[in-house]
Design a binder for this molecule. Structure first.
Ligand code: MG
Length: 205
């Protein structure tokens, strides 16, 4: 079964389009010799399955980082709130149970390493060089910029950074990820390689 069909049949939630997922899968296949992959913003595991299944194929590892408390837009009363992910007892969003179920269902327990924390905390002592990083965490300009700049330093030469929700036109969506991508490009260490739907793909020189 294809990854796209698996996600559809098992109702894995998420905001990643099929063409974006397939592009991430292809990138992850190509970086097997460069180092492990890392994603920021796993939510219920949709991108995790796309990237993770490629990592499993080539014997690589995916670090899946998310505090699982939801972004701003997932909170109670916000546009993308999902009541099924709201933990009434703690009065918090909690996407970790769904995430864990999805990873097991996809048989990725030996490939995906969940990191339940915020990106800034994990960045403090991160040492492992990475072949590819996928950024889909907080979408405010401040948070997107901190994620993109922070993680870009750990990507090996020739490795990739992919950023979700790139909208050049403010009428299409928030500008945080786009601003972060252009700031990284302006630093000169990354070239913009491709754009698939709203997925921006950069390569470290
Ligand atoms: Mg997104």
């Amino acid at each position: 079964m294809s990854v796209v069909n698996f996600i559809e049949e098992n109702n894995i939630r998420g905001f990643l389009a099929d063409d974006e997922g397939c592009a991430l899968h292809a990138l992850a296949l190509s970086v097997s010799g460069y180092g492990p992959c890392l994603e920021v913003g796993s939510y219920c595991g949709k991108s995790t399955i796309h990237i993770g299944s490629a990592c499993r194929e080539v014997g690589n590892t995916l670090y899946a980082l998310d505090h699982h408390r939801g972004s701003e837009e997932h909170q109670l009363g916000e546009e993308y709130h999902d009541p099924e992910l709201y933990d009434k007892s703690s009065e918090c969003m909690d996407s970790f149970p769904q995430f864990r179920k999805a990873v097991s269902l996809a048989e990725l327990d030996d490939t995906v390493v969940p990191i339940v924390s915020s990106s800034s905390v994990v960045l403090k002592h991160w040492m492992t060089p990475l072949g590819m990083v996928f950024i889909d965490g907080g979408h405010s300009p401040e948070v997107a910029l901190a994620d993109v700049m922070g993680w870009s330093q750990h990507i090996v030469s020739g490795g990739y950074m992919a950023i979700h929700d790139i909208f050049e036109d403010p009428n299409d969506g928030g500008q945080g990820p786009f601003i972060a991508m252009m700031s990284l490009f302006d630093k000169g260490k990354f070239e913009i390689l491709d754009k698939v739907n709203s997925l921006g793909i950069l390569r470290k020189r």
